[in-house]
Design a protein around this ligand. Structure first.
Ligand code: ZN
Ligand code: ZN
Length: 384
């Protein structure tokens, strides 16, 4: 990439980070606090670009409505991250803490005259809250830190253009890996050998890692919804469920395909057709404005009609982004509404202990009129 182009990307990146900090600070202000303490690392990364493993980010809310960014954004990290913080957290002041970064962040919040500082209770342990309180003068201990809704997680639900591009690239890499593994897989090889080949190819293709532990569940093990690869050998006849994802540019991919080794029984074939029907019915229900519980029902009702709903023991899908499981979830009776720009999975499956199981999963971008499938690998029956 040319230097001029890199400069342009840097500028766009900084603008989107500033916009995110501003929106988080505004949401904090609307929640009645004058600062926000962010410690969940994916939230920190999303707000200021910093990818290190030790961080506490403080946003001071701006006084005026017309302010273009948060009044101040200060990132506290430790000595290992001096160069990285300056390179990544553009537009954010970086402080290299000599005490634990959380302690120093809290001392700074108190000395900056903040009266009420919001924190995310879903991401703060009791021990951390205790440390936060101990770091500030006794008279502020009871009043300074206020639990607020997970504001940043909420903002992260809608992906911007750059995030969608990253998620699209990650999903497409997942599809290429699936094509590759189809040429590799043989009866008698271990599930671990399949996982190793997949992960090796992912790394060579530029993935930073896998977005979760690779699931290769074959034969009777396919009845385990989360059957991580073991030393079990792929059968001559039976299902192989492969659920895997890469991390690319910090963003996760997630897809599942189930193939059959050798000739299937009628009940295996019928089960596959029913799950595929359910998956397509779930996909067809996705659209901005639709309630997540209704998407779950669209998939689940197909399996109910096929007499298989008792074996569909998990929810239909989840959101993903910097993390593999984000809100909103697509589960029975959930009432959140899908919005354009959300990225969700549709992944019904059935699991019959001692017999077999299977799952089919796509990742999709929610749009106003429906959805765009980001994982267009074939789903038609594959018998190897
Ligand atoms: Zn998955
Ligand atoms: Zn998933």
């Amino acid at each position: 990439m040319g230097i001029a182009l890199r400069g342009l990307f840097g500028r766009m990146e900084r603008m989107s980070l500033n916009a995110r900090k501003k929106r988080a600070a505004d949401a904090a202000k609307a929640a009645g606090v004058d600062a926000l303490l962010v410690t969940h690392l994916p939230d920190v990364r999303w707000l200021c670009g910093f990818t290190g493993s030790s961080a506490a980010l403080v946003l001071l809310c701006a006084a005026g409505r017309r302010a273009r960014t948060a009044k101040r954004a200060v990132l506290f990290t430790d000595g290992r991250y001096i160069a990285q913080a300056n390179a990544e957290a553009v537009g954010t002041e970086a402080v290299i803490a000599t005490k634990p970064p959380l302690t120093e962040a809290c001392e700074w919040i108190a000395s900056a005259g903040v009266k009420r500082c919001g924190f995310d209770p879903a991401q703060t342990t009791l021990a951390a809250l205790d440390n936060m309180r101990k770091a500030v003068p006794a008279k502020l201990r009871r009043s300074l830190f206020v639990a607020v809704d997970p504001l940043v997680a909420k903002l992260r639900q809608i992906k911007d253009a750059g995030e969608i591009a990253s998620l699209r690239a990650a999903a497409l890499l997942g599809c290429r890996l699936f094509d590759h593994i189809l040429t590799f897989i043989q009866p008698g090889m271990t599930e671990m050998a399949v996982a190793a080949e997949l992960e090796h190819a992912a790394r060579l293709a530029g993935a930073e890692g896998m977005s979760f532990e690779t699931i290769i569940a074959s034969g009777v093990r396919s009845a385990l919804p989360h059957g991580h690869a073991t030393q079990a050998r792929l059968p001559r006849r039976g299902f192989v469920t492969m659920d895997f994802g890469v991390l690319l540019d910090g963003y996760c991919s997630d897809m599942t395909r189930t193939i059959h080794m050798g000739r299937a029984t009628t009940s295996e074939r019928n089960a596959y057709d029913a799950v595929l029907d359910a998956q397509e019915s779930g996909l067809a229900a996705v659209r901005a404005g639709v309630v997540t519980g209704d998407v779950d029902e669209a998939a689940r009702s197909v399996l109910r009609r096929a007499g298989l709903a008792d074996w569909f023991t998990h929810s239909t899908g989840h959101s993903l982004g910097l993390e593999i499981h984000e809100d909103p979830r697509l589960a029975a009776k959930r009432t959140e509404k899908l919005k354009a720009g959300m990225i969700v999975t549709i992944e019904p499956g059935i699991y019959m202990p001692g017999r077999f199981g299977l799952r089919i999963e796509d990742t999709v971008l929610v749009t106003r009129s429906g959805c765009e499938i980001l994982t267009p690998s074939p789903k038609a029956w594959i018998e190897l």
